[in-house]
Design a protein around this ligand. Structure first.
Ligand SMILES: C[S@@+](CC[C@H](N)C(=O)[O-])C[C@H]1O[C@@H](n2cnc3c(N)ncnc32)[C@H](O)[C@@H]1O
Length: 229
């Protein structure tokens, strides 16, 4: 059994190994739909973003959500990720300040951000309640958290389809293209383990977020959870 520190180090190393092929893999394994999910998220959030808003895109990876947000609404964006090879790739897409930081221990003062976004990153946190508490701490009062994440589709049929997709597409093609077998075993497993839509909403409320809501995209393959401080 790994400690949280050991799991976190393994996850950081795994994303570092996947980083050079991360964008290609996303496009192939999602049939490009991943771009649409980030674009829709940016479009939903844009009306609440002001040019003076300070927005943290946490677990920014190679910067795809950051790029969609920057295109949707001007603001003061900051990207953060605990994996250096990912941040190197973000730099190719965005001029925003970038910080190498763990979402469980952010190098930011209390009440720093108007909005925190996190796309396909929260699932990888080794301690969800701790991650939520930390994001709540650095949000300004009235600030918003937006979590875009894979989820368990509410429909049994769609769940069955996703199970087959993971086994027959994600796992073998992910292995082949990345050369990292363990990473593409971990990713579907991490989705299975991740709390379903209502459970994540309950967790956010328990952590102290208010006005918690969520909506599914594309038959519930992913969900966007929103909450306010
Ligand atoms: C699947 S990628 C998603 C990247 C990007 N947000 C996107 O939409 O493509 C997950 C990212 O989360 C980062 N990550 C995972 N756990 C983290 C943590 N505790 N703190 C900061 N970043 C983390 C990884 O390094 C990786 O870049």
């Amino acid at each position: 059994m790994r400690t949280e520190e050991e799991s976190s180090a393994w996850i950081r190393g795994m994303f570092g190994r996947v980083a050079p092929r991360y964008d290609l893999l996303n496009r192939v394994l999602s049939l490009q739909i991943d771009r649409l999910w980030r674009w829709r998220t940016a479009r939903i959030l844009a009306p609440s973003i002001r040019p003076t808003s300070v927005v943290l895109d946490l677990a920014c990876g190679t910067g795809d959500l950051l790029q969609s947000l920057e295109a949707a609404a001007p603001a003061r964006y900051i990207g953060a990720d605990f994996c250096h090879p990912m941040l190197i790739r973000t730099r190719l897409k965005s001029k925003a300040p970038l910080v190498e930081a763990d979402g469980l221990s952010l190098p930011a003062a209390d009440a720093s951000f108007d909005l925190i976004t996190i796309a396909f990153g929260f699932r990888n946190f080794v301690n969800y309640p701790h991650g939520l508490t930390e994001m709540l701490r650095v949000l300004k009062p009235g600030g918003q958290l937006a979590i875009l994440e894979f989820t368990q589709p509410p429909s049994v049929l769609v769940r069955g389809f996703m199970h087959l997709w993971n086994g027959w597409v994600i796992n073998p093609i992910g292995r082949l293209l990345s050369g990292q077998g363990d990473a593409y075993e971990y990713l579907p497993e991490s989705v299975q383990r991740f709390p379903e839509g209502p459970k994540l909403a309950a967790m956010m409320t328990a952590a102290g977020f208010t006005q918690v809501s969520y909506r599914y995209f594309d038959l519930g393959i992913v969900a966007l959870h929103l909450g306010r401080k």
